[in-house]
Design a protein around this ligand. Structure first.
Ligand code: SF4
Ligand code: SF4
Length: 276
């Protein structure tokens, strides 16, 4: 279990606790202000990208201190975790609203509107809908789309086919207000955590395993892994997963024609149990 499960989930997965999506938490004035700022001023993320780039090039001591400071601050305000699709479906079962919206990361990194983010239990009509989002000026902007649980699940299966990794996001921990679909190039959180080594999200509670008896060696799973965790052996004509690199997103499973990949509890896998 990650540290948030101990702090905010009573020893169970924190993102499967209904109380972490509650109106009670959302009524907190500081949290509401943070959410309003987040969606009203995407330029704040642009500043963060520049700061990360500077930090990545800094001497190792400066980078190490700066990284710890950023991680500590983000854990309080806006930290994420990788979650496999079946648990996303579970979350959709108990949240009170789902709305698809613009991905603020991609707005910043690509300058394009891509609808890969989902606001959940934010009483979207009440908070986000009323904000000035005039920065969303592109042709695809159709405002917030409120989705049913079934529509949201179908959309996530499409994102999974694109190889995108599902992540939950706290807005002033422990309130969870968003689920995103991330990739290594365009998602600032993945870029920061995986590419720059400045963690702003936890790995998933799982790691993937391949059943060598089932694997045909087709290598399709390799192109789905954002984390470079899957390697191919020409001698065996099979793939294997390095559990030290696996983030437990489970996306590789969706393309495997042999159903050879499964997820195991991270805490039961010694080489990965302490890696978050
Ligand atoms: S190997 Fe791990 S990190 Fe890579 S796609 Fe599969 S579950 Fe995700
Ligand atoms: S997609 Fe499945 S069968 Fe193909 S290499 Fe990966 S694990 Fe093996």
């Amino acid at each position: 279990m990650c540290e948030f499960c101990h702090q905010h989930g009573e020893g169970k997965k924190w993102y499967l606790q209904a109380k972490n999506y509650s109106d009670d938490l959302l009524s907190d004035a500081h949290r509401r202000k943070f959410i309003e700022e987040f969606f009203s001023h995407p330029e704040g993320l642009g500043n963060m990208v520049q700061a990360l780039d500077r930090l990545a090039k800094a001497p190792s001591f400066v980078k190490s201190v700066g990284s710890r400071m950023i991680t500590r601050k983000m854990k309080k305000k806006h930290f994420g975790q990788v979650v496999p699709i079946e648990e996303i479906e579970e979350i959709f079962g108990f949240v009170n609203s789902i709305a698809r919206l613009e991905c603020i990361c991609r707005h910043t990194t690509l300058g394009k509107e891509k609808r890969y983010c989902y606001g959940i239990s934010m009483m979207m009509n009440d908070i986000v809908r009323g904000l000035d989002k005039s920065y969303l000026t592109g042709p695809d902007t159709i405002g917030l789309e409120e989705l049913t649980k079934e529509e949201a699940i179908a959309a996530f299966h499409e994102h999974e086919k694109e190889g995108l990794c599902h992540t939950v996001w706290a807005f002033y921990t422990p309130f969870i207000g968003g689920i995103c679909n991330c990739d290594r190039k365009d998602c600032l959180a993945m870029r920061s955590t995986v590419t720059e080594g400045i963690p702003v999200m936890f790995r998933g509670e799982y790691v993937a395993e391949v059943n060598p008896d089932e694997c045909s060696g087709c290598r399709q799973c390799m192109r789905m892994c954002q984390f470079g965790a899957i390697t191919y052996s020409a001698s065996d004509k099979k793939v294997s997963i390095d559990k030290r690199w696996c983030y437990g997103c489970g996306v590789c499973r969706s393309i495997c024609p042999k159903d050879a990949i499964s997820l195991a509890d991270r805490s039961m896998v010694p080489v990965a149990a302490a890696l978050w």
